[in-house]
Design a protein around this ligand. Structure first.
Ligand SMILES: [Zn+2]
Length: 256
């Protein structure tokens, strides 16, 4: 058999038996082995301190962002596998993770607002090009169901849209691209309640910041965000990643 035939056969076999754990690639587990699942389902806590773009220049508080995992190692590989391969079983695991985080966050949000609009942060073009990847919408739907299950009046609100195209970004420097992202998130309609943003990962925080600013310009309030995993790059000190809590007073101040 030629190389191409072997590759095709292997791909076909993977469809029937996607046997390797999407996180570590070692264990025979579909889609995650217990160890990798544990890494994904860590303690639900605020992890926004490591995202440089989320911290306002005026030194004000960053957007509270809750997550149960760091975007590294097996968690990173699993999320990348989900985005590139669209493995359905993996989506189930990730939906469960974001729902678990949202359920924990419901306790923090409840004293502030019983009504919450759950807003998916629009995927970048490169992700949308992967046809089978449903973007952050499926995560936001799972989060909505979890919040509703926890007693909040939660509604899924797909109100944001990205305008930049990859063509506009091609050939531009990183700095230009970062600047180009400013204001590229548009609000299609005003969400029906204070918002909880949902994204897959938090790295620099640029996407969440864009979304929050766009909503604010349209007159909407953002309570915080939930993501699957947060890049630990800038949160190198344990003290930075401790749960600082999200006091209702803080959120109320932000909303006013
Ligand atoms: Zn594993």
């Amino acid at each position: 058999m030629g190389k191409r035939a072997v590759k095709a056969l292997r791909a076909a076999a993977d469809l029937v038996w996607p046997a390797d754990c999407a996180g570590c690639g070692r264990e025979l587990a579909n889609p995650l082995c217990p160890s990798c699942r544990l890494a994904l389902l860590g303690p639900v806590e605020r992890r926004e301190q490591g995202a440089p773009r989320l911290v306002p220049a005026d030194g004000g508080p960053a957007l509270p962002t809750w997550s149960s995992a760091w975007y590294s190692g097996e968690v990173r590989r699993a999320i990348v596998a989900w985005k590139r391969q669209g493995r359905g079983e993996l989506e189930h695991e990730l939906r469960r993770a974001i729902a678990r985080t949202a359920e924990a966050v419901a306790r923090v949000l409840a004293p502030v607002s019983r009504e919450v609009a759950v807003v998916p942060v629009p995927s970048r073009l490169v992700r949308r090009l992967t046809r089978r990847f449903a973007g952050t919408a499926v995560l936001a739907v799972a989060a909505t169901q979890a919040l509703a299950g926890a007693g909040l009046e939660a509604s899924y609100a797909d109100v944001l849209r990205r305008t930049a195209t990859s063509r506009e970004q091609t050939g531009r420097s990183l700095r230009e691209r970062a600047a180009g992202r400013e204001g590229t998130t548009l609000v299609k309609r005003l969400p029906p309640a204070p918002c909880l943003l949902v994204d897959d990962v938090l790295t620099t925080g640029a996407s969440l910041l864009d979304a929050e600013r766009a909503l604010a310009r349209a007159g909407g309030a953002t309570l915080g965000a939930v993501v699957l995993a947060v890049s630990p790059a800038a949160a190198s000190h344990l003290g930075m990643v401790a749960d600082t809590g999200a006091g209702p007073a803080w959120v109320a101040r932000r909303m006013s």
